[in-house]
Each structure stands twice: as structure tokens, then as C-alpha cells.
Design a protein around this ligand. Structure first.
Ligand SMILES: [Zn+2]
Ligand SMILES: [Zn+2]
Length: 376
């Protein structure tokens, strides 16, 4: 394959609701940096919220934080402590932590407090979310052929046998593993997952791999609930057909030790506290959109039942178990990637997602492809 590293084609969110295709020069990586040739990037609901202007004004922005690719070039000092070399397959975490603030030092680098007002940044830096293209060298999003990986980035090696479409699930699966870690799921415990989208389905798998004794998937789209069984769910409850709490108690083994909300809806967050046993843990893993507010009954829902409500943000700590599970290839991960498009067809990809068709699970982009696929 011939590749010129002189320019990188990319998608640009130029302004709210304005998508462009553009190119930017690709400089040789500086000393501690690497250059990654992006092979897949997952489209995330966050990307659509960004485009709509719901998450600040980071424009012009190259979006994309669920990317994987191969190391294309390394600065002279980049290789030594990363354990990867040119040609290796890698996932790079979306958070670019400062590694020195109190939150980074305690390991919660998803909450990095670095701010950089000169670059218009606050509260840490995230690929494809809050680093505008105007920050040199401009390669800060995964909807692109190349991406820059600075020294502070967290890079994970992906075994070569993992297909690219499957590798692209590393980030959402890492999000799932963080949610499981926040819950502190212990072997034998019961776990309900609300919202069988890509993260929810992967959360069922992560719960099972953490030793959960009973896994229940709650949703409204039957085909996704059917898929949840293939990812470790013992029971599924369709909220369109049944009262969820009643179905859980009567037919799915009872209230759960842990409930994980992965739908990103405040109604589902409220539902979650009703599905957990007294003294149980509820993890809120779905983003509901800026300004959303949720109400719990202080006494009946929380106080008298001593429910722990634990938000889980991004993917910190989740990549290693995620990549291990993907590489084991025991679950039908490829079935989650239902659509693939090239960069030129990103608008069509968004249409597919927004139509909410039954057959859409995860949509990915291949920045080097001109023809996409849809699995029937
Ligand atoms: Zn995402
Ligand atoms: Zn920090």
C-alpha cells in the first residue's frame, strides 16, 4: 500500500452542524511524539452531541476518540518507554493527562485538572472532544488518516490477530470496564445493565468476565436484547412489554446487587435505583447531555436504602482488560460493528445512526476506504 505522509485527510467540524472534509500537513513527529495511522474510528453519540454544539465550542474540531491504528513514525525519544514500535497496532486513550495534578497522581486521570487557557482548554485534554485543530500540529481527532500521539498519551498495544473492526471496540469496552470497576463487582454478584447499546452490551460482557453470577439486560429494542444474551446476559427485559421492576423481581432472579445505567437517559437513571437491592450500587455510565437533571426521592430511593450512586466517566483503567477480552475472541464482537464508511460518507453514517434502525449497533469509519459496508 502506498501512503504519503505529507497530508492527512480528515473530517472537520468547522462550526455547529457544519461538516467538512479537509486536509492538513503531517509533520514528522517531534521528539517524544508518535504518529499513528488511523485504521478505524468508532462513531460515538458524543460526536453527534459535539457537532450539534452541545459540548462547548471546540471548533474547528477534528472529531473522533474511539480510534485504533498502527504506529507510522516515532520521534527519536518516543520509543523507549512505550514498548511499541513502528508497525505495531495500538489503541490510544482519549484522555491526554498532565500526569502531575492531584487527580492524575491518584490515578483518576479521566478527571485531570490541567487547564491551558492559551489554547482555550480547561479540565484536561481529550482527543476529538476539546482540542481544536488550531492547536499544532492539528492532528487531534480520529476521523482522520493520521493522528499525533504526544509523550503524555496513554498507548496500548493491540495484538495483530485482532481485526480492525473489533479493535475499534477497545474504547467502548474500556468504558464498560471502568463502570464495572466503579461498581466493584465481586464474583457471584448480580448485575443489571440498562441500555443495550454498544457500551451496554459490552458492559454485560465485562460484568460476566468480572465473575458476575447473574446478568440482566434491560432495554426496549428486542434485537439488541437478543444480542445481549450472546454477550453474557442470562435474562433480558423489554421495557416496552413489561414493567421492568416487576419482571426483574418475578422472572429474572430479583433486585440486583449492582445496576449500571448505560442508556444516557435520566429516566433510566431513575429506573436504576429502583432495580437495585437495599445497600446496592448504581453506576451512572451514560452521558445524558448538557443541562440534563435527574431527581431521586431522597428518602425512599436513597437514604433508607443506603444506595451508593457512582458516576463513571470515560475509560480510565479499562483498556488493558478490554484489549485482553477482545484478543481472546470468545465473544461475537464483530457482530457489533454493523456499518463501516469512509471519511467522505460521514454524513451518511450519521443518518444511519439517527434513523435508529433496528440493525444499527456500532458504526465505524475507515479513513483509508472509499467504499463502506453494511452488514445485512
Ligand atoms: Zn465514545
Ligand atoms: Zn492532570
Amino acid at each position: 500500500m502506498t501512503t504519503s505522509r505529507t497530508t492527512s485527510r480528515h473530517v472537520l467540524f468547522a462550526a455547529p452542524d457544519r461538516i467538512e472534509i479537509d486536509e492538513t500537513p503531517v509533520p514528522d513527529p517531534a521528539d517524544g511524539d508518535m504518529l499513528v495511522r488511523v485504521r478505524r474510528v468508532g462513531i460515538c453519540a458524543t460526536d453527534l452531541h459535539l457537532l450539534a454544539g452541545h459540548i462547548g465550542e471546540p471548533f474547528p474540531l477534528v472529531p473522533g476518540h474511539e480510534f485504533v491504528g498502527e504506529v507510522a513514525a516515532m520521534g527519536v525519544a518516543a520509543g523507549a518507554d512505550r514498548g511499541v514500535g513502528v508497525g505495531d497496532h495500538v489503541a490510544v486513550e482519549m484522555s491526554l493527562p498532565c500526569r502531575s495534578c492531584p487527580r492524575c497522581r491518584e490515578g483518576r486521570y479521566n478527571l485531570c485538572d490541567r487547564d491551558d487557557p492559551a489554547a482555550g482548554l480547561d479540565r484536561g485534554r481529550q482527543y476529538g472532544v476539546n482540542i481544536p485543530r488550531t492547536v499544532a500540529p492539528g492532528l487531534w481527532g480520529g476521523y482522520a488518516q493520521y493522528l499525533t500521539v504526544p509523550a503524555e498519551a496513554i498507548v496500548h498495544h493491540i495484538p495483530h490477530h485482532v481485526p480492525w473492526d473489533v479493535a475499534a471496540l477497545a474504547e467502548p469496552l474500556a468504558v464498560a470496564y471502568r463502570a464495572i470497576a466503579r461498581a466493584g463487582v465481586r464474583p457471584g454478584e448480580s448485575v443489571a445493565v440498562i441500555g443495550p447499546g454498544p457500551v451496554g452490551l459490552l458492559t454485560a460482557a465485562a460484568a460476566r468476565s468480572a465473575g458476575a453470577g447473574r446478568v440482566v439486560a434491560v432495554g426496549t429494542r428486542q434485537n439488541r436484547l437478543d444480542l445481549a444474551r450472546r454477550f453474557g446476559a442470562d435474562h433480558t427485559i423489554n421495557g416496552r412489554e413489561r414493567d421492568v421492576r416487576e419482571a426483574l423481581v418475578d422472572d429474572a432472579g430479583g433486585l440486583c446487587d449492582v445496576v449500571i445505567e448505560a442508556a444516557g437517559r435520566v429516566e433510566a437513571q431513575q429506573q436504576a435505583v429502583g432495580l437495585v437491592r437495599r445497600g446496592g450500587r448504581v453506576v451512572l455510565a451514560g452521558a445524558c447531555g448538557a443541562g440534563a437533571s435527574v431527581t431521586f426521592r431522597a428518602d425512599e430511593d436513597l437514604l433508607t436504602r443506603e444506595i451508593d450512586v457512582l458516576p463513571s466517566f470515560l475509560s480510565a483503567g479499562g483498556f488493558e482488560p478490554a484489549i485482553t477480552l477482545l484478543a481472546r475472541a470468545e465473544l461475537p464482537f464483530a457482530a457489533l460493528v454493523t456499518h463501516r464508511f469512509g471519511l467522505d460518507d460521514v454524513a451518511a453514517a450519521y443518518d444511519v445512526i439517527e434513523r435508529r434502525d433496528q440493525d444499527v449497533i456500532k458504526v465505524v469509519l475507515d479513513p483509508w476506504s472509499t467504499d463502506g459496508f453494511t452488514r445485512s
